[in-house]
Design a protein around this ligand. Sequence first.
Ligand code: FE2
Length: 368
Amino acid sequence: MSEAIEAHRNDFPIKGFHHVEFWVGNAYQTAHYYRAIHGYEIVGYRGPETGVRDTASYALEQGDVRFIMTGAMSPDHPIADHLRRHGPGVRDVAIEVPDAARAHELALERGARSAYESVVVEGERGKWKTAGILAYGDTVHSLVENPDEMWPPPDFRLRKDSIARSIGLERIDHVVANVELGAMDEWVEFYERVFGFVLLRHFDDEAISTEYSALMSKVVWDGSGVIRLPINEPATGKRKSQIEEYLDFYHGSGVQHIAIATSDLVATVAEARERGMGLMSVPETYYDDVPQRVPDLEVDIATIRRLNILVDQDDGGHLLQIFTRMMQDRPTFFFEFIERRGALGFGEGNFKALFEAIERDQAERGNL
Ligand code: FE2
């Protein structure tokens, strides 16, 4: 690691992912879908009843995963435009910092563009400070200074809908961006320059390709593992790649998936399936070479086959993972659930099996 990057990291301390805000068409229904199916508690609300006239927001929580679902109350709000262009999706990947104003100032000095200036958010329960910078596409990073570890946000009214039953989701493991062809290296450089992040992994289209689809991916991280950001760009395949399909339907760069860690993926997936969550399936043949590919596997292979869980192994150990179906009508955003048993990777060994599964769905939509 260069001295310059080391210096950057030292004067741009970050604590990790703080929350993710989605801009959606119907925050009320979205919040209730995530409560009933994904097991998030609805813990706060902000809207006309709390004196905010133009938006309605619900704050959700499960383990250390915190989401805000926000919708617009009128057609001239920026959310309405965002929704028309992108469909429902991630607007803000908020990062926790010890000093929001200082972090914002430093980011701008290093060439980031401001999304909004440092502001104090206040309510009856206290306050926090936040500032925002622009990221890929229409995505932003809020820089949240929240020393009292307040959740929901200070300007939200506490709310408890009927108790949610957790499915064991614990924290955000990584947040993946899809960017336009040629933009991957620019965004890698952005995270290195602004945040002092470093390159963790790099996959080229040789490693990640099927007959039809290919992508390139680089992962930047903060060096300690609290933030991991894979960035994908399309590579040329025989037909339209899944990254291109995303870019076409999202109309630009944006967040493709969020991976959430659980310490018992078998239990998480069994419960999710029970609740009717749509999960991606892999071909039966996927399991044929699992004993050779993942010799350390401690889970009964019949169980992971029944639940359609994917497994992979790298130098550090192995991991279990599964991907949901698309979370909205457009083929854009989805979730991953991941259980790390020592592995530091992202399931590279599964990419091919996964892509073949994605492509079957893509073909059904007539987009391959
Ligand atoms: Fe992932």
